[in-house]
Write a protein that binds this ligand. Structure first.
Ligand code: TRP
Ligand code: MN
Length: 450
């Protein structure tokens, strides 16, 4: 934090990827209203997450950050939220049971509504319109009206986030995430796959472990850790007016927190050292992430550490590398070395999705599970070579039976992509592919030296 940081100090700096509202007065009015609404999370929760992530930074835990590329106003239902939670719980169970490493579950959920775009406009049949920037900003429908940024969407996103978070809290604290229910998280279309069958073995093992503990005299009925799970929320802090409006001073410590989510991250396109996004997040107390693409240098990474975590707090800063399967080992190693030599505590997470996207012959933006897994392997190899801890992954997935990414033990083929391609942005792993990934990850984690 610079000494003259305020929730609005970012406004003096160049802010990339911001929507251009045709009606600034209307935007101002809506932002005031958002600023008057209750915070979505409490500062103490954000501090607790920092403590948890600190454990992952030190090699005592693993971050599982997962969810939609972009949440949608049109796919907002209890079932969709429940199904996403189910697959994240299943993955967490596989990771923890198979490797013995606790998984910190952070959703790309309850606020992941804004998207950076490589081009500000999109041209279809000679018509040029503003690009779709996520439901926080405009609609994906290709018409001038739909693509015009609408400030009312900030309020809609706030309310959808509140309702989503409320349901997540109810599910995770109210019995749905109970370890005696592991079998019930396995949905039909997942259970019938090789990964789903492997999952049933893990679930049976957990049943046995619980019975064993009870037989040993442990009171498994009343131990809350067995019946409740922690699930945290996160999104890319992209539209800074919205984030500022939800930034509040914590009455306990006097520090500022961005209360739109527990964890916020800075995207690859907005991580300029002298830019508005880095300035804004440098001053809030939340745990924060920063994406690092293949062009990131060790010098940039070090400067970001100094700027975003000058007090060197464990768990404050997560670097999420998204280098591409071919490049990850070579690009990441010098960064790992430089940051470690400088003594900066960083939680290293791997985003194996965004560096491995291509367009199929049918014109679908897609990813191959093999490339995703190969980037994760390269990420682990880089850490093995440098003696650092591969502390987490950052995945785009959905609980549904979609056909957006290729491959998997129940293989999605190029010809299948059109069947259920439902994403409003990037292609997501389906439930089966997500479990495939969890098993692969569990194997890598068990082998990694701690
Ligand atoms: N409370 C622990 C946790 O959140 C254990 C746990 C309970 C759990 N339910 C879970 C772990 C569901 C994974 C999935 O980690
Ligand atoms: Mn994405």
């Amino acid at each position: 934090m610079t000494s003259n940081w305020t929730p609005s100090s970012w406004q003096a700096l160049p802010a990339m990827q911001q929507p251009e509202s045709p009606d600034p007065a209307e935007l101002e009015r809506v932002l005031k209203q958002v600023a008057s609404l209750p915070p979505l999370v409490f500062a103490g929760e954000a501090r607790n997450l920092t403590t948890q992530l600190g454990r992952a930074a030190r090699g005592e835990a693993f971050l599982l950050q997962a969810g939609d590329c972009a949440e949608s106003f049109d796919e907002f239902s209890a079932d969709a939220i429940r199904d996403k939670l189910k697959i994240i719980l299943q993955m967490a169970v596989v990771l923890t049971y198979s490797s013995g490493v606790p998984a910190i579950k952070v959703g790309r959920i309850a606020g992941q509504f804004a998207k950076p775009r490589s081009s500000p406009t999109e041209t279809v049949d000679g018509v040029e319109l503003p690009s779709f920037r996520g439901h926080l900003v405009n609609s994906p429908v290709f018409s001038a009206a739909a693509r015009t940024p609408d400030p009312e969407r900030l309020l809609a996103a706030y309310h959808q986030s509140a309702a989503t978070l409320n349901l997540l809290r109810a599910f995770t604290q109210g019995g749905f995430a109970d370890l005696t229910r592991v079998h019930q998280w396995n949905r039909e279309f997942v259970a019938s796959s090789p990964a789903g069958q492997r999952y049933e073995e893990v679930a049976a093992g957990i049943d046995r472990a619980l019975r064993f503990m009870a037989a040993c005299g442990v009171d498994t009925e009343t131990e809350p850790q067995l019946h409740q799970a922690d699930m945290w929320t996160s999104h890319e802090a992209l539209v800074l007016g919205y984030e500022e409006a939800l930034t509040r001073r914590d009455s306990l410590t006097g520090d500022w927190y961005d209360c739109s989510a527990h964890m916020l991250w800075i995207g690859e396109r907005t991580r300029q050292l002298d830019g508005a996004h880095v300035e804004f997040l440098s001053g809030v107390g939340n745990p924060i992430g920063c994406k690092l693409g293949p062009t990131a240098t060790p010098e940039e990474a070090l400067a970001l550490c100094e700027r975003l975590n000058p007090d060197r707090v464990d768990g404050r800063l997560t670097f999420i590398s998204r280098m591409g399967a071919d490049q990850v080992e070579d690009r990441l190693r010098p960064i790992l070395r430089a940051v470690t030599d400088a003594g900066h505590p960083v939680l290293w997470a791997c985003d194996p999705m965004h560096g491995n996207t291509f367009t199929s012959e049918s014109g679908h933006k897609t990813r191959h599970l093999e490339d995703v897994l190969s980037e994760i392997s390269g990420f682990f190899a880089a850490h093995r070579a440098e003696g650092t801890w591969p502390g987490g992954v950052h995945i785009e997935l959905t609980g549904g039976d979609v056909t957006e990414c290729l491959g998997g033990s129940t293989e999605v083929l190029a010809a299948d992509l059109d069947t259920r391609y439902e994403t409003v942005c990037d292609p997501r792993l389906n439930g089966r592919q997500s479990l495939d990934l969890a098993f692969r990850l569990a194997e890598l984690l068990s082998k990694q030296q701690r």
